[in-house]
Design a protein around this ligand. Structure first.
Ligand SMILES: [Fe+2]
Ligand SMILES: [Fe+2]
Length: 589
């Protein structure tokens, strides 16, 4: 092959065409990329004669112009190398009527220095001696020159230089335009990708509120990520979940064990995830991991169905919640220059989503801790009341549940149900400040003792005053001994002057006081209690509340009969949000 080219062009032996064993000379490894081939073609079109292209560092002929007037390049290799170094077209030899033009081809990166070379006839070939001398100097036969000169244009040296310069400039302009177009395509694709990612994050942030369940947010995340990423499956594995759910209009937090959320065609079975993540090593708990089939196709990989993989930890500070994962590339490329494999684009999008999920999980966890702390305070106070007056043990809890039962019947809002439950638990908190001897006196009280006991609503108000979470409880604590007809204490409020919730607790308080056994008396029979409540409607008590009592009479009796366990301060046993009726009712049952 080499000899064939050399013979055709009369080029000396050191020059040869690369691409042995059938590999074309224009393969990328010879530096003769399509842009340089096009530039060579432009030169050929402009001058209407062929150009050879030579690698001046090796002497290799990387492109041979067909049927050209090829001069001896080997002898002029050094000067061609200098042309390549200077970067502008030059005449490397000139023996009238022949001249050789060398045009440097622009190199990028580590490309070899290439020069396009062509031999021109500069004037009519009417002096045979002169032609023979020039042909000899150029290593071409005189007949070839004579033949060539008849069929081709004569070129003046300055015109050759000028036109080759123009062709180079035009090629550079076209190259720049092509690069700009490619950049535009790349930027557009990247923008689109970024836009989709931002849209996804925006949609997720709109769902970020404490009322949003972590699991529901994760379900949205995997679904939306599946639209964005070229993955066959998106999955989230949460080690544990502290979640907020709505139930019976009351909000509470529950903790669940591991949760797996999968969208798409998952290459792993549910029970394989733990071992799979364990095999990936401890770093996947802190850093993103990207693996593609160039790594996974190997004997050391135990999960042949997992060809490509991205894992990103879901964390918030030091808290680790789980992993966001993408499995198996679909082959769809996100940007024109990207490969059909997972990389930084996918890992970056997933990290952004994982960060949001981590923040939300962290917030829910913090919210749960605060709620538990608040619960522990309320329970401590309630326990303190019961400890102070053991004769009425469980009274606070029963009043709380009776109040919720009545309030629910009367159509109170969920927020008010929470408030009235807390109010029931804490309504007698002021008894902490009452003299033990008076509080525990088994017989009738003197007037003085009675007046002392009657200070407990105001004492309770003072104790709880300033605790922001109990602001709504304060009026109930202060007024739970007011009467509908104004005969109650401490302020003698009449009718609806007394807060609504306090009027409900007043009834619940009375029902429990009358129906409970005391050391010095048995609890009142149901019939007698009903009669007293009936007679007291519109006098002692709000008639609307008494009306509700008779609508839920059976439930009230059940609450009164229930044996209750002592209140526990072991927060580990508290599974539900503590400030709600549903929660405490469930825990204490
Ligand atoms: Fe009281
Ligand atoms: Fe009470």
């Amino acid at each position: 092959m080499d000899n064939l080219h050399h013979n055709q062009h009369g080029v000396g032996s050191p020059l040869f065409v690369e691409g042995h064993n059938g590999v074309p000379a224009s393969e990328p490894n010879d530096g003769f990329r399509p842009a340089l081939r096009e530039l060579t073609n432009m030169l050929q079109r402009a001058f209407e004669q062929p150009f050879d292209v030579v690698d001046t560092s090796t002497g290799c002929l990387v492109h041979a112009g067909e049927d050209g007037l090829s001069g001896d390049l080997e002898a002029r290799l050094a000067i061609c190398a200098e042309v390549a170094r200077r970067g502008r077209p030059e005449i490397v030899d000139d023996v009238a009527p022949l001249l050789m033009l060398a045009v440097p081809l622009p190199a990028v990166d580590e490309e070899p220095p290439l020069v396009a070379v062509s031999t021109f006839v500069t004037e009519p070939v009417d002096q045979e001696d002169q032609v023979r001398a020039a042909a000899r100097a150029f290593g071409i036969s005189a007949d070839e020159v004579l033949h060539w000169a008849k069929a081709h244009k004569h070129w003046q040296p300055h015109a050759v230089l000028q036109l080759s310069g123009i062709v180079l400039e035009k090629a550079a302009g076209l190259q720049e335009e092509s690069q700009l177009k490619q950049q535009l395509v790349d930027v557009s694709a990247n923008l689109l990708n970024t836009f989709e990612e931002i849209t996804l994050l925006h949609r997720l942030t709109q769902k970020l509120s404490l009322s949003s369940s972590v699991v529901e947010l994760c379900e949205l995340a995997v679904r939306w990520l599946a639209e964005l990423l070229p993955a066959e499956c998106i999955a989230i594995k949460l080690e544990r979940v502290e979640d907020i759910r709505e139930q019976h209009e009351l909000e509470f937090i529950e903790e669940q064990g591991p949760v797996l959320i999968v969208h798409g065609d998952c290459p792993l079975k549910e029970d394989e995830f733990d071992a799979f993540l364990h095999q990936l090593g401890p770093l996947v708990r802190t850093d993103p991991l990207v693996m593609n089939r160039n790594v996974t196709i190997g004997s050391h990989w135990d999960y042949p169905s997992v060809l490509d993989l991205v894992t990103v930890p879901i964390r918030e500070g030091d808290n680790f919640f789980g992993w966001l994962m993408a499995f198996n590339h679909t082959g769809r490329v996100l940007t024109p220059n990207s490969e059909a494999e997972f990389g930084t684009v996918e890992a970056s999008s997933m990290s952004s989503v994982a960060a949001l999920l981590g923040i939300h999980s962290g917030n829910v966890s913090l919210y749960r801790q605060q709620a538990e702390f608040f619960a522990s305070v309320v329970r401590a106070l309630t326990s303190a009341i019961d400890a102070k007056d053991p004769y009425t043990c469980g009274h606070s809890d029963r009043v709380a549940r009776l109040s919720v039962c009545l309030a629910r019947r009367m159509g109170c809002h969920a927020d008010d149900l929470n408030t009235i439950y807390l109010s029931g638990l804490l309504h007698d908190i002021g008894k902490i400040g009452i003299n033990d001897a008076v509080l525990r006196k088994p017989g009738p009280l003197t007037n003085e003792e009675l007046e002392h006991i009657k200070t407990h609503p105001e004492l309770g108000h003072r104790i709880l005053n300033g605790i922001k979470q109990l602001d709504k409880v304060l009026p109930v604590v202060l007024h739970h001994h007011e009467a509908w007809d104004g005969s109650g204490y401490p302020h003698g409020l009449r009718g609806e002057e007394c807060p609504y919730l306090a009027r409900i607790v007043a009834v619940a308080d009375s029902i429990d006081a009358m129906s409970s056994d005391r050391p010095y008396r048995k609890g009142m029979p149901d019939e007698k209690l009903d009669a007293i409540l009936h007679d007291g409607a519109g006098g002692q008590w709000d008639p609307h509340v008494i009306n509700a009592v008779f609508q839920v009479r059976e439930e009230i009796r059940r609450i009164g009969r229930e044996e209750r366990k002592p209140l526990s301060l072991n927060v580990e046993k508290w599974q539900l949000f503590p400030s709600t009726a549903a929660e405490v009712a469930a825990v204490l049952t």
